[in-house]
Design a binder for this molecule. Structure first.
Ligand code: F6R
Length: 242
C-alpha cells in the first residue's frame, strides 16, 4: 500500500484524475468501480474536462456502481446510480451498455447475484476508486466487518445515516438500507485508489493506516488487497506521512 500526500483538494483531484487516466491509457477497456460521495467529484470533473479537450479516450471504458440505496424508484434524486451517471458516465460519454448496475430496484438477492455475475464476466475490476467513510466504511461495508464480506443488502449504521444526511437534506431522507459491492470483491481489484480529503477524515485515516487491519475499520482491510493500493490524501487529512 502506497500513501501519497498532496497539498489540497485541487491537487488531490488532479492526482486522482491522473491515476484514473493512466489506467485507461494502459487498458482502454478498463472496468472502473466508482464511488459517489463528495471526495472523487473533483477528479470526475477534471476527467470530464480532459475528455472534452480530446485528451482522454473513453470509447471502450466500462464502469460499475459501488453501492445503491435499496428500494428507491427510478428517477429518485437519491439514486446513487443517477449520481454516478451524471458525475461520470454522461460527461465521459459512457453508455448504459458499458455500465454494471447494482440495481436497488430489484429484489436484493437478485440484484447482488446479477452484479457479481456481470463483474466476473467482465474480468473483474481494473481500478476501484473509493472514498473513506467517517466510520471507515468502503461503499456501504459498515463496521464491524470481515474481509470476506460479499455483495449484499446492509442496514445503514447510525454513523452512515448521519454522514449521508448532508447529501439529501436531513437524516430522515436517507434510506435505511443499501446494497453494496462486497469488501471481498473490491479487494480483488487490480488497482485501488482511495481518495481522502479534509481534517474531519484525519483520525479515521490514521486508523485505516494503522499496522493491523481490524474489523472495526473496514478500510484497514485495504492493507490485504490483492492488487496495488494507493491512498491519496490531502494534507488536512494526513498532515504527516505515517
Ligand atoms: C459512495 C460511497 C461512500 C463514500 C464515503 C465517503 O458511493 O460508497 O462509501 O465514498 O462515505 O464519502 P465522501 O467522499 O462524501 O466523504
Amino acid at each position: 500500500m502506497r500513501t501519497v500526500v498532496v497539498d489540497d483538494y485541487a491537487a488531490l483531484s488532479q492526482a486522482a484524475a491522473d491515476a484514473i487516466a493512466a489506467t485507461v491509457r494502459r487498458k482502454p477497456d478498463a472496468l472502473l468501480l466508482l464511488a459517489t460521495g463528495d471526495t472523487p467529484m473533483g477528479a470526475y470533473r477534471e476527467l470530464g474536462e480532459r475528455y472534452r479537450r480530446g485528451e482522454l479516450d473513453t470509447a471502450q471504458v466500462r464502469i460499475a456502481q459501488l453501492d445503491a440505496y435499496a428500494g428507491i424508484a427510478e428517477g429518485d434524486h437519491r439514486s446513487l446510480y443517477g449520481w454516478m451517471v451524471s458525475a461520470f458516465a454522461e460527461p465521459l460519454d459512457i453508455p448504459e451498455e458499458r455500465t454494471i448496475r447494482l440495481d436497488g430496484r430489484l429484489p436484493p438477492a437478485i440484484a447482488c447475484r446479477d452484479y457479481d455475475a456481470s463483474v466476473a464476466a467482465g474480468g473483474g475490476f481494473d481500478l476501484a476508486v473509493l472514498g473513506l467513510g467517517p466510520n471507515g466504511h468502503l461503499g456501504f461495508n459498515e463496521p464491524p466487518i470481515e474481509r470476506d464480506a460479499p455483495t449484499r443488502l446492509v442496514p445503514l449504521t447510525p454513523a452512515s445515516l448521519r454522514s449521508n444526511a448532508r447529501y439529501w437534506g436531513g437524516e430522515d431522507n436517507v434510506p435505511r438500507e443499501a446494497l453494496t459491492c462486497g469488501l471481498a470483491s473490491m479487494l480483488e481489484a487490480r488497482e485501488i485508489l482511495l481518495v481522502v480529503s479534509g481534517a474531519h477524515k484525519r483520525e479515521i485515516l490514521r486508523e485505516t493506516l494503522a499496522p493491523m487491519p481490524s474489523a472495526d475499520v473496514p478500510a484497514s482491510w485495504l492493507q490485504s488487497a490483492a492488487g496495488e493500493v494507493v491512498v491519496l490524501a490531502d494534507r488536512d487529512a494526513l498532515p504527516s506521512l505515517p
